[in-house]
Design a binder for this molecule. Structure first.
Ligand code: S3P
Length: 435
């Protein structure tokens, strides 16, 4: 969150949640749609674009580099693509706000440009590790200066890039995507191998924009020297935003919610499986495809949840959903054990620590481990928790408040606007008592 505004929420217990909840567009898809449209030949029409601070920051950066972007209505963008080499340098820093996805992908995109760029971010983003992108990009011939591997990133222009074969040390769609975007400008082929498959939106969207690419779960390969053709993009509703409502309706007795047309890319839906293992009743209806992505309505009813040993294989497929899962685990009967999730420590906040401190303040027994947590479910009390500037922590504690014995005050919630503008109103419309 780039502003200095502070906003606290109070979440109180509620009776039951009901109705349809239409969650906003997918953040990952929105970032990518804007980037690829910007460097395509022709005009692309994006529908369902996330009107969040993160994705708007990416659009603003590209506008600063000369891309004309019209916004005829909320969630709609017409992007006048400038072609692969049409971006113009700016002598001002490019502000990615809170967005790790924005900064890491743009670092890849800018590594092969003729001009220098300086990517900056807010306080939280300025603490996030960037060596994971700068090091492999350097192997491709890029030069990116970053003190101690942290933002700001000074991406030097005029470098000749060459393709590499790179085995990612950690499963990361952001790193994979940064390298693929740099690969568009590289001589020869760029091949990425992942230790576990991650979301493949960049691969799918490159294909939709007409760039030849080979990909299968865990691997992607493309060559430089082609062009992107403008296309229309329909952004599905964000599973990660739906996640808060999946947990909320699961834990609050009497609840029944429908979340229409949510993106169900299998690399995103690990939480669905985890909640089902805990006993949740979540059904998928009207399954289909929209803009090349699997979508469906999620129908969730309250059931009593029980703790689980979370299968480690699910971790990359639910990497953004752990704050919500921790709340489910805190309410479930019995013990939940999470392992293999050390990446949570380098998200918008250290999500293991943020959740552990907050849940403990609400009387939950939770033990932090280096790569996860052990949570003993039971009753949630009231109290005050910090969001640590992290949107997903704020929304997760809003869910905890629904079933807490006393009010839960959540400090510093303005950051929710980075990914989920309108969360408070949507939540209250279906039965939250959040203000
Ligand atoms: C994202 C990838 C994930 C995720 C982030 C969005 C993406 O990050 O946590 O919210 O759009 O590629 P990592 O690549 O760091 O796992």
């Amino acid at each position: 969150m780039s502003g200095a505004q502070r906003l606290d929420w109070v979440s109180r217990s509620a009776t039951a949640l009901h109705g349809d909840v239409i969650v906003p567009g997918d953040k990952s898809v929105s970032h990518r749609s804007m980037m690829l449209s910007a460097i395509a030949d022709g005009n692309s029409h994006i529908r369902g674009f996330l009107e969040g601070e993160d994705t708007r920051a990416t659009a603003a950066v590209l506008a600063q580099l000369g891309v004309r972007i019209e916004a005829p209505s909320a969630g709609e963008r017409i992007v006048h693509g400038v072609g692969l080499d049409g971006l113009r340098g700016s002598n001002q820093p490019l502000d990615c706000g809170n967005a790790g996805t924005g900064m890491r992908l743009l670092a890849g995109l800018f590594a092969g440009q003729a001009f220098d760029s300086i990517l900056v971010g807010d306080e939280s983003l300025s603490k996030r590790p960037m060596r994971r992108v700068t090091e492999p990009l350097a192997k491709m011939g890029a030069q990116i200066d970053a003190q101690d591997g942290l933002p700001p990133l000074h991406v030097r222009g005029g470098r000749k890039l060459h393709g590499i074969r790179y085995e990612l040390p950690v499963a990361s769609a952001q790193v994979k995507s940064a390298l693929l975007l740099a690969g568009l400008y590289a001589e020869g082929s760029t091949e990425i191998i992942e230790p576990h498959p991650t979301r493949d939106y960049t691969e799918r969207m490159l294909q939709a924009f007409g760039w030849p690419i080979e990909f299968s779960p865990g691997r992607a390969k493309l060559e430089g020297g082609h062009r992107l053709r403008a296309t229309d993009v329909v952004v599905p509703a964000d599973f990660s935003s739906a996640a808060f409502f999946l947990v909320a309706a699961s834990v609050l007795p009497g609840s029944l919610l429908r979340l229409p047309a949510v993106g169900l890319n299998p690399r995103r839906t690990g939480l669905l499986e985890a909640l089902r293992l805990m006993g949740a009743d979540i059904r998928i209806e009207n399954q289909g495809e929209s803009g090349g992505e699997a979508v469906g309505d999620l129908v969730v009813r309250h059931t009593a949840l029980h703790g689980i040993e979370l299968p480690e294989a699910l971790v990359p497929d639910m990497i953004d959903e752990f704050p919500a899962l921790f709340v489910a685990a805190a309410i479930a009967k019995g013990r939940t054990v999470v392992r293999g999730a050390a990446e949570l420590r380098v998200k918008e906040s250290d999500r293991i620590a943020s959740m552990a401190v907050g849940l403990r303040a609400l009387g939950v027994r939770i033990e932090e481990t280096p790569d996860g947590a052990i949570i003993d479910g039971g009753a949630i009390g009231g109290g005050t928790v910090e969001s640590h500037g992290d949107h997903r922590i704020a929304m997760s504690f809003a869910v905890a408040g629904l079933v807490a014995r006393e009010a839960v005050t959540i400090r510093d919630c303005a950051n929710v606007a980075t990914s989920f503008p309108g969360f408070l109103e949507l939540a209250n419309d279906c039965g939250f008592a959040l203000g």
